[in-house]
Ligand binder design. Structure first.
Ligand SMILES: Nc1ncnc2c1ncn2[C@@H]1O[C@H](COP(=O)(O)OP(=O)(O)OP(=O)(O)O)[C@@H](O)[C@H]1O
Length: 224
C-alpha cells in the first residue's frame, strides 16, 4: 500500500506537486501526464528519493521521511536510462553488485544472479561486458539488478522510452507477470493495457484517477 496524504513538493521556486492525496493498493498502477506535470517527482517520493515539503508519503506502513533506509530496501526503482544504473563491467557482476550489502556466501550470490538472469532472458550474456548490450538488454539488466533484491514494490520511471516496440512489449509482459506492486510513469500509453488504475497528473495535481481507458481519454482531452 502506498499512501499520499495532501503531498506538496516545492523545488526551488516551483510548486511541483500541489496537494496529492491517493491510496494505491492496486497491483498495476500507471501515472501519465504532460511533461513537467510532476510524474517523476511523484515516483521518486515512493522510495524516498524525493521528500514531501508538506504532507506525508507512507509506503509499506512506513513514513518515507523517517524510514528512508527501510523504504529503499523494500522499494525498487528503475530509471529511464539503464546506463545510469549499470555500474560493473560484466552483466553478472552488475547484478551481483546489488547484493553487496547482504553479505551472502559467494555461492548464494551466484545462484541468485543466475536465477534472475535466466528469468529475464540474459543467462547467455552473464559474462559479457554490460555496456555492449543493446538498449533493450540494458533495460532488462537494470531490471535484473533491481529484482535480485526482491523488492516488495517496484517503481519504474519511463521504462520503455529507449526501447523499440518489441522490447517495450516485452517489458509490458514482464511487468504484468510480476508478483510485486508496480507503479509505472510513462508516456507509452499501450503499456497501460490491463493496468488496474491510472492517475493523470496536470500541473502537480491528480486530475483523473481510474481505469486505463477512462484515464487515457481524460489525458487525450487535456492534450488536445
Ligand atoms: N531540483 C529541481 N529544482 C527545481 N525544479 C525542479 C527540480 N526537479 C524538477 N523540477 C521541476 O519540476 C517539474 C516537474 O518535474 P517532473 O520531472 O516531476 O515532471 P514529469 O511529469 O516527470 O516530466 P517529464 O514527462 O518531462 O519527465 C518540472 O517543471 C521540473 O522542471
Amino acid at each position: 500500500m502506498i499512501e499520499f496524504a495532501d503531498v506538496h513538493v516545492r523545488l526551488g521556486e516551483r510548486d511541483v506537486l500541489r496537494g496529492v492525496t491517493a491510496s494505491l493498493a492496486e497491483r498495476r498502477v500507471g501515472v501519465i501526464g504532460a511533461n513537467g506535470s510532476g510524474k517523476s517527482t511523484l515516483a521518486r517520493l515512493i522510495n524516498g528519493l524525493a521528500r514531501p515539503t508538506s504532507g506525508a508519503v507512507t509506503v509499506l506502513g512506513l513514513d518515507t521521511r523517517r524510514h528512508a533506509a527501510e523504504i529503499r530496501r523494500g522499494v525498487g526503482f528503475l530509471f529511464t536510462d539503464p546506463d545510469a544504473q549499470i555500474v560493473m563491467p560484466t552483466v553478472a557482476e552488475d547484478v551481483a553488485f546489488s547484493l553487496r550489502r547482504h553479505r551472502l556466501p559467494r555461492a548464494e550470490v551466484d545462484r541468485r544472479v543466475a536465477e534472475v538472469l535466466g528469468r529475464y532472458g540474459l543467462a547467455g550474456h552473464a559474462d559479457h561486458p554490460a555496456h555492449h548490450l543493446s538498449g533493450g538488454q540494458k533495460q532488462l539488466l537494470a531490471l535484473c539488478s533491481v529484482m535480485v533484491l526482491e523488492p516488495k514494490v517496484l517503481v519504474m520511471d519511463e521504462p520503455t522510452t529507449l526501447l523499440d516496440l518489441r522490447h517495450s512489449r516485452q517489458v509490458g509482459e514482464l511487468l504484468r507477470e510480476m508478483p510485486q506492486q508496480v507503479v509505472v510513469v510513462t508516456h507509452d500509453l499501450p503499456l497501460l493495457t490491463g493496468f488496474d488504475r491510472v492517475l493523470v497528473l496536470d500541473e502537480g495535481r491528480v486530475v483523473a484517477d481510474g481505469a486505463p481507458g477512462e484515464a487515457v481519454a481524460h489525458y487525450r482531452k487535456l492534450m488536445s
